[in-house]
Unconditional design. Structure first.
Length: 470
C-alpha cells in the first residue's frame, strides 16, 4: 500500500480567497474574543506588509491599516476540507480527513489507472491549483508517516527502504507528538526522530504517555492504526456569502463559476451527474429567490454547468440586491458519458448536440426549444411535429422526401419540367376531415433544381410545389 498526504496549511484562508475576484489584495482572518482579536492567518500580500499570524488586531492595524479583515469560521474550513475530500474520492476509495489540516488517501491501486506517481502527482497539483487550494504533497508507505513528512517536505515520495531514513531527519517538534512529550524529549537533548527511535522501548513506556509508543510504531509501519474513512454525501449544498450587497448580475459570475466548478468536482468524485439543481439568491430586504436549472440528461462538466446556470440567471427577475449564493443539488443520477467515435471528424470548436441543446434551453427558455418527432401519418404536412410520435406503423415511402418542405404548397409554373420519378400516391385523412388524394413526383425544373411536386390523383397536372431537394 502507498499513501499520499495532502497538507492544506491555509485552508480557511484559501476558502475566503476563493470568493475574491482579486486575491492579491492584503487579507487577514481574525479570531479570538472581542476584547482581544488576533490574526489567525494572512495571505502573502498581507505578509508583505509585515503582518503575521498571532499578532493582535490592534498591533496589525498600527503596522499597516490597509488590509481587509474577515472573521475566521471553523465550520467553513471544515466544509472546504470535505470538498477536497470529495475531490480526492475520485482518485481513491480510501480517503480520510482524520488528520488535522490534511487529507490522506491510498493510491497503491490507483497507480494502475492514473499512471505512475510522477504523473499522478502532477495531476493532483494541477487540479488543486485550479480549485484554489495551496498544498503540500508527500507519498509514503503508511498514512501516519505521510502526514508527519508533510510537516517538513513537499514533493518527496518514500519507499519502505527509505522510510526510516526520511523519518529520522524530522525535528521532534514537527513529528506530530503532543506538546508536553515533544518538550520533554527536547530537554533530554533529543532533536531528531532518529534519536527517539533509538531509545529503549521500556524507557519510552515508563517516561511518556502510553499513546507515544504505538504512535512511533505506526510511523514506522510496525503497527496499523485504523482510520476513519470519508464517504461523500448524497447531495451537494454549498453557500457563498458576500461582504456587501451585489446588484449586478455580472458581478455574480465569479462566485457562480466557483460554485458550479465545485459541483462538478463533487460529481466527479462520486462518478455521477446532476439533472436538476437550484441556485438560491439570498437577499436582506425580501425573501430569497430561486433559479431552477433542469437538464434533459445528467451532466457534470464544469463549463457546461456554468453556462447553463448563467443563462438561467440572466433570464431571472431578481427582486433585490444579492447578499449570498447557495447551490443545492439533490437529484444526482448516474452519469453516462456521451459516446464518441475513435476518429471524430468534428472540429475543435464544434459543440456536441446535448450541450448545444441545453445552452439553447437556458438562453431561450424551456418552451422555446423542441425536438422533432415523426408521426404516424402519410400526409407530408402532418408526418412530423414537436409532440411524441404516435404509436403507428408507417410504410416506407417509395420516393425520397425533401429536406425543405414548404409551409403551404404553391403552384409550380414551369413548362419545361422533367419527371424523374413517380408517381407515389397518397390517399389519407378521410377520418379527420382533411382528406388528401395526391400523386407525388420527383421533378427537375428548367433551371436544374430538383423539386417534390404533386397533382390531383389520376391527373398529370397542374403541379403543386411542396418541397425542394438540396
Amino acid at each position: 500500500m502507498r499513501w499520499v498526504c495532502l497538507l492544506l496549511p491555509q485552508l480557511a484562508l484559501d476558502g475566503v480567497l476563493r470568493r475574491q475576484p482579486v486575491p492579491e489584495q492584503p487579507l487577514a482572518l481574525i479570531d479570538g474574543p472581542v476584547q482581544r482579536r488576533v490574526l489567525h492567518s494572512v495571505n502573502p500580500a498581507a505578509r508583505a506588509l509585515g503582518l503575521r499570524p498571532g499578532q493582535s488586531l490592534a498591533a496589525a492595524q498600527a503596522i499597516n491599516a490597509g488590509f481587509t479583515s474577515v472573521a475566521h469560521d471553523a465550520k467553513e474550513a471544515a466544509h472546504w476540507r470535505d470538498l477536497v475530500a470529495a475531490w480526492a474520492y475520485r482518485f481513491s476509495s480510501q480517503v480520510s480527513t482524520q488528520f488535522s489540516h490534511a487529507i490522506v488517501l491510498e493510491i497503491g491501486r490507483s497507480l494502475k489507472l492514473f499512471g505512475p506517481w510522477p504523473r499522478l502527482e502532477a495531476q493532483l497539483r494541477e487540479e488543486l491549483r485550479e480549485m484554489g487550494f495551496r498544498h503540500r504533497l508527500v507519498a509514503a508507505p503508511n498514512p501516519h508517516a505521510a502526514r508527519v513528512l508533510a510537516n517538513v517536505h513537499d514533493g518527496i515520495g518514500l519507499t519502505d527502504e527509505s522510510l526510516l531514513t526520511g523519518l529520522g531527519q524530522i525535528p521532534v517538534e514537527r513529528a506530530g507528538l503532543d506538546r508536553e512529550t515533544a518538550l520533554s524529549l527536547s530537554r533530554m537533548g533529543l532533536r531528531r526522530l532518529r534519536q527517539v527511535f533509538e531509545l529503549p522501548r521500556d524507557s519510552i513506556t515508563r517516561r511518556f504517555p502510553k499513546t507515544v509508543l504505538p504512535y512511533l510504531d505506526a510511523l514506522r509501519g510496525e503497527m496499523t492504526q485504523p482510520l476513519t474513512l470519508y464517504r461523500p454525501p448524497d447531495e451537494f449544498d454549498q453557500r457563498m456569502e458576500f461582504d456587501h450587497e451585489i446588484e449586478s448580475s455580472q458581478a455574480l459570475l465569479f462566485p457562480l463559476r466557483r460554485l458550479t466548478a465545485d459541483l462538478a468536482t463533487f460529481l466527479a468524485g462520486r462518478d455521477g451527474g446532476v439533472q436538476r439543481f437550484v441556485l438560491v439568491l439570498e437577499h436582506e430586504r425580501c425573501e430569497d429567490s430561486e433559479v431552477t436549472v433542469g437538464l434533459l440528461a445528467p451532466e457534470r462538466a464544469a463549463a457546461t454547468l456554468f453556462e447553463l446556470t448563467r443563462g438561467r440567471l440572466e433570464q431571472a427577475q431578481v427582486p433585490a440586491p444579492v447578499r449570498g449564493l447557495r447551490l443545492i443539488a439533490q437529484e444526482l443520477p448516474p452519469f453516462v458519458p456521451a459516446s464518441r467515435d475513435l476518429f471524430d471528424a468534428r472540429s475543435q470548436q464544434a459543440m456536441p448536440w446535448p450541450q448545444l441543446r441545453e445552452r439553447l434551453r437556458a438562453r431561450l427558455g424551456d418552451d422555446a426549444v423542441h425536438g422533432l418527432a415523426v408521426r404516424g401519418d402519410h400526409r407530408p404536412e402532418r408526418a412530423w411535429g414537436v409532440e411524441a410520435p404516435a404509436q403507428r406503423d408507417v410504410a416506407p415511402p417509395s420516393l425520397p422526401r425533401p429536406g425543405w418542405l414548404l409551409h403551404q404548397p404553391i403552384p409550380l409554373r414551369d413548362h419545361a419540367l422533367t419527371v424523374l420519378a413517380g408517381p407515389e400516391r397518397i390517399e389519407s385523412g378521410w377520418w379527420d376531415g382533411f382528406e388528401v388524394r395526391r400523386d407525388y413526383y420527383l421533378v427537375e425544373t428548367s433551371s436544374g433544381q430538383r423539386a417534390w411536386a404533386y397533382c390531383v390523383a389520376g391527373e398529370r397536372g397542374p403541379y403543386m410545389l411542396h418541397g425542394w431537394f438540396a
